[in-house]
Design a protein around this ligand. Structure first.
Ligand code: BTN
Length: 241
């Protein structure tokens, strides 16, 4: 369903799931004008009306224990990646945990909000924002990029939306069919800065290291220049350069 104007498609879908009769898995809410989008780390998500993709998908991964929730992050990230790769090619990467990057700039991101019941994930709202046809970004977002800025061409939002959903469904069905290894290996192979010597910052300070892997539960494994494998959760590490 497309909504003309909404604060946040994630919030809208969350309210729909909590307040009304059962909402079927696979429901997609897309906004033309999302005026109070929410991002990671309590940040906002800003986008010009009508230019970009801002949508949320309802999943009901009750087959997935809470301890494996990062596999959902992998499946959704890979779905977005596979839909954009035919347009953008090799410079497209997934920046851990779930940003979509092109040549060092952020093309999109996602906010997956799980509703937990016991040890299972009852509902997951996968909110996705991708910069498609926006031509300029405000100065406070120097790291943002859009498909149009890269390819100098407008793209059909509805077509890209259906491609993203098709690919997410394929990965989601892989998880359902227990093909965790396939999804985990694929995710790792798409990672930004994988096996490259780079500068990071942790609470211990700045250090040189290389991303080696991601643990099953989603921690980033970075080998430092003393040869130690260090594990980080989202708030514990910053990518410098
Ligand atoms: C990030 O910070 O990188 C995540 C951004 C997620 C934005 C999307 S846009 C559609 C959905 N609705 C929201 O309010 N946020 C997500």
């Amino acid at each position: 369903m497309t909504i003309q104007q909404v604060d946040s498609t994630n919030t809208y879908l969350k309210n729909l799931v909590s307040n009304s009769k059962p909402v079927i898995e696979g429901t997609v809410i897309m906004a033309v004008d999302q005026y109070a989008g929410r991002g990671q780390h309590q940040n906002g998500w800003f986008t010009e009306p009508g230019k970009n993709l801002t949508f949320s998908i309802l999943l009901k991964p009750s087959f997935l224990p809470v301890s494996q929730q990062f596999d959902l992050v992998r499946a959704v990230s890979l779905g977005v990646f596979d839909a954009l790769e035919p347009l953008l090619g090799d410079d497209l990467k997934i920046k851990w945990p779930n940003d979509v990057y092109y040549g060092g700039k952020k093309l999109g991101g996602m906010l997956i909000e799980n509703m937990i019941q016991g040890l299972q994930i009852k509902n997951a709202i996968a909110g996705i924002g991708i910069n498609i046809n926006q031509e300029t970004f405000p100065e406070n977002l120097p790291n943002a990029v859009s498909v149009k800025q890269i390819l100098q061409q407008d793209y059909d939002l509805k077509y890209l939306l259906s491609e993203i959903c098709r690919h997410i469904e394929a990965y989601y069905l892989s998880l359902k069919a227990d093909k965790f290894l396939f999804v985990r290996e694929k995710y790792l192979s798409r990672l930004y800065w994988l096996n490259e010597e780079r500068e990071f910052k942790s609470k211990e300070g700045e250090f040189t290291g290389a991303i080696r892997s991601v643990t099953d539960t989603g921690l980033l494994v970075v080998k430092n220049n003393k040869g130690e494998d260090l594990e980080f959760s989202l708030k514990e590490i910053e990518f410098l350069h």
